[in-house]
Design a protein around this ligand. Structure first.
Ligand SMILES: Cc1ncc(COP(=O)(O)O)c(C=O)c1O
Length: 328
């Protein structure tokens, strides 16, 4: 990062940003990519390109773009959303078909279908290729574009052996986070064809996401893409071990065979501490006091994340912290 060649990306271009964008576009098999500050902004740029106020976006009810982006599709773009149920991140195709609006002046236009790979809320599950291909086909029949929130697409690549290009071919635009498991401190990419990129540049400008001498941080993005992908297999292994560590203890359900990537979902079932029922936020707080960072995703669900800065010794620390909390 310290030796990155920089320029003004807003004026005549930053060579390191451009290199990262070319690298990302090539990895995804898209015409180009834009470097942006966050995964949220990458998704919202795609939404801004594909939809206009009054249009409708279809996604899983627990998709990040609807649930964890502070209402941005409504607040920034004036959209309404239609939600579908799914199984482990794979949207129900019949329900999706039923949600696509007919061409009728009284109804909103289905402007965009958004899918998520891997699916965060289900614990980083890999959405099957056949499911995404079927959605792409259905969307084509209705001239609706598909956006893929690929914040953790690299994890899906490593877990499945399917290339980023093959996953990305299921969508018209794809966002990818260089932070998260890939290990860059900051930054995401949003990729698509030339027409998409032309409009995406305008939306990025409107959102204030066009950065000047950004080569300093883009350099870390290059390292993330070049050296971070294969390494994810270690995170996946560790997440499975972490899941097993909880699954073996009474009061927790966390099947290792459902831990496909770097997220381990631990459900508290009738979990008690000193005879008192205990919820996930309270346990997360107790683990926090022991120096273990974990998010309570729901009242009875903890989400652990394995990434570049977490190793086997941290698992031992977690095990000891649990023993200490449980009085084992
Ligand atoms: C599936 C998914 N999409 C998008 C994002 C947003 O990324 P960021 O936190 O960089 O805005 C996240 C963040 O956790 C995510 O899990």
């Amino acid at each position: 990062m310290g030796s990155a060649e920089v320029g003004d990306d807003v004026l005549d271009g930053d060579p390191t940003v451009q290199r990262l964008e070319r690298l990302g576009a090539e990895w995804l098999g898209k015409a180009g990519a834009l470097y942006v500050p966050s995964g949220t902004m990458a998704n919202q740029i795609a939404v801004g390109v594909w939809a206009r106020g009054g249009d409708e976006l279809i996604a899983l009810a627990d998709a990040h773009v609807l649930l964890f982006e502070a209402g941005a599709v409504g607040a920034l773009h004036g959209l309404q959303s239609a939600t579908v149920a799914g199984h482990n991140g794979a949207p129900d195709l019949d329900e999706l078909r039923a949600r696509i609006r007919p061409d009728f002046i009284h109804m909103p236009t289905t402007a965009l279908i958004s899918v998520e790979q891997t699916h965060m809320s289900s614990g980083g599950r890999v959405v099957p290729l056949a499911s995404l291909q079927a959605i792409r086909e259905l969307a084509r029949e209705h001239q609706a574009p598909v956006h893929m929130d690929g914040a953790r697409l690299a994890n899906a690549v490593v877990a499945s052996g399917t290339s980023a290009r093959d996953w990305a071919a299921c969508a018209d635009s794809v966002s990818v986070c260089l932070s998260k498991g890939l290990g860059a401190p900051v930054g995401s990419l949003i990729a698509g064809d030339d027409e998409f990129l032309e409009r995406a540049r305008v939306v990025r400008k409107r959102l204030g996401g066009w950065m000047r001498q950004a080569g300093v941080i883009a350099a870390a993005g290059i390292v993330a893409l070049e050296s971070g992908v294969e390494r994810l297999a270690e995170d996946h292994r560790l997440a499975r071990e972490l899941a097993a560590l909880f699954d073996e203890r009474a009061g927790f359900v966390s099947p290792p065979d459902q831990t496909e990537t770097n997220l381990a979902i631990v459900r508290l079932v009738d979990f008690e501490l000193a005879g008192q029922p205990m919820d996930a936020p309270t346990l997360a707080g107790l683990l926090g006091e022991e120096g273990i960072g974990v998010m309570a995703l729901q009242a009875d669900v903890l989400r652990f994340v394995c990434h570049r800065d977490v190793g086997p010794s941290d698992l031992e620390r977690l095990s000891s912290a649990l023993d200490a909390i449980l009085g084992a």
